[in-house]
Ligand binder design. Structure first.
Ligand code: RAM
Length: 331
């Protein structure tokens, strides 16, 4: 072959190889949420996209079941394994039920982390909590107690009964109650499954069963909206204060109409961003997950892993009439 022809052929092959290599280098990160159609997770997905853009060569696959069940998530994880994604970042509907399928993913070389709602340590490399669990537990009680100077009866409307995050917060809340809030009486815990219809029915059930109820605490952005809507519709504003963890954009109307005095939440955009940032640095072997390791979460800062390779992002913010308007424009 003439020299110039050889050169051309080599150049052609090199270009093809480079294109192939560039595609193979793209890191596919699946953000698996408890359920689709939840504004909190949509906000987290925005942060995930932001991280992907900043890092470059990252594809985000945003997915989740239609209702918040472990079975639905198991099916999704199986299909992500078949698609050979590089990393799975999951907010789990159950701490244990997902372990076998996530172990299978890790055995195939897929990086697995949980965020928001954790899986047991054997089912993931790292877990990213939004905030410190004890702090959230205390915050949700304090949000009700602040407006009950003489104490009173409160009930919790949670998400699903197997949700790792809500169950951990409720346990933490129960721990602080006797010592720090002796006049607050927790009369019931019910589960709305992060489903508006079920949450509405559960809120109505609480009101029917406990006529002296002073506050409903919903540590779920779905449940808190349903409870506030029920209190509004039943003309109970001023009698039952609804509080908990709420997305300002969805909840502003209930601060405005007085169904709620105050709620709290961390930044869900930052949480999705941080989850992708961590999943990417683990999947590309830039860092190693081990107790005591300090890992970067990009523009959000850094986290230090505890003995279970878990870490917390940042403290929650409180929203009331003084600031809900401003935050409702962000998330
Ligand atoms: C709901 C979900 C999510 C939780 C928030 C506060 O959107 O249950 O897991 O972190 O509420």
């Amino acid at each position: 072959m003439a020299f110039w022809k050889k050169l051309f052929a080599t150049a052609a092959i090199t270009t093809a190889m480079l294109t192939g290599a560039a595609q193979a280098d793209e890191v596919k990160i699946a953000l698996v949420v408890k359920s689709l159609g939840n504004g909190f997770f949509d906000a987290a997905a925005k942060g995930a996209e932001e991280a992907a853009e900043e890092i470059g060569d990252v594809e985000i696959i945003y997915t989740g079941p239609t209702s918040a069940t472990a079975e639905g998530q198991i099916e999704i994880v199986n299909s992500l394994i078949a698609q050979q994604v590089d990393a799975i970042a999951i907010s789990a509907n159950d701490p244990d039920a997902l372990v076998p399928v996530l172990k299978k993913a890790m055995a195939r070389g897929i990086t697995v982390i949980s965020w928001d709602s954790g899986v047991a340590p054997e089912g993931r490399e790292v877990h990213l909590n939004p905030s410190d669990t004890d702090l959230i537990g205390e915050t949700i009680i304090k949000l009700a107690a602040d407006y009950l100077p003489d104490g009173g009866d409160v009930a919790i409307l949670s998400a699903s009964s197997t949700a790792t995050n809500q169950n951990a917060w409720i346990d933490a809340a129960r721990q602080v109650l006797p010592e720090k809030f002796p006049d607050i009486n927790l009369v019931a815990v019910v589960y709305g499954d992060d489903d508006s219809v079920k949450s509405t029915n559960e809120a109505k059930g609480l009101i029917a069963s406990y006529p002296d109820l002073d506050a409903i605490i919903a540590p779920t952005t779905v449940g808190v909206v349903s409870a506030a809507q029920v209190v509004t519709d039943m003309d109970l504003i001023g009698e039952i204060n609804v509080t908990g963890l709420a997305l300002p954009s969805e909840f502003k109307q209930f601060i405005d109409n007085g169904a709620s005095q105050a709620v709290a939440l961390w930044n869900p955009i930052d949480l999705g961003y941080s989850a992708v940032y961590l999943a990417h640095s683990l999947a590309t072997d830039q860092v190693e997950a081990e107790p005591g390791a300090t890992l970067s979460i990009g523009r959000v800062g850094e986290v230090t892993l505890d003995e279970n390779n878990a870490a917390a992002m940042a403290p929650p913010f409180q929203f009331d009439e003084s600031n809900i308007d401003e935050f409702s424009k962000i998330y």
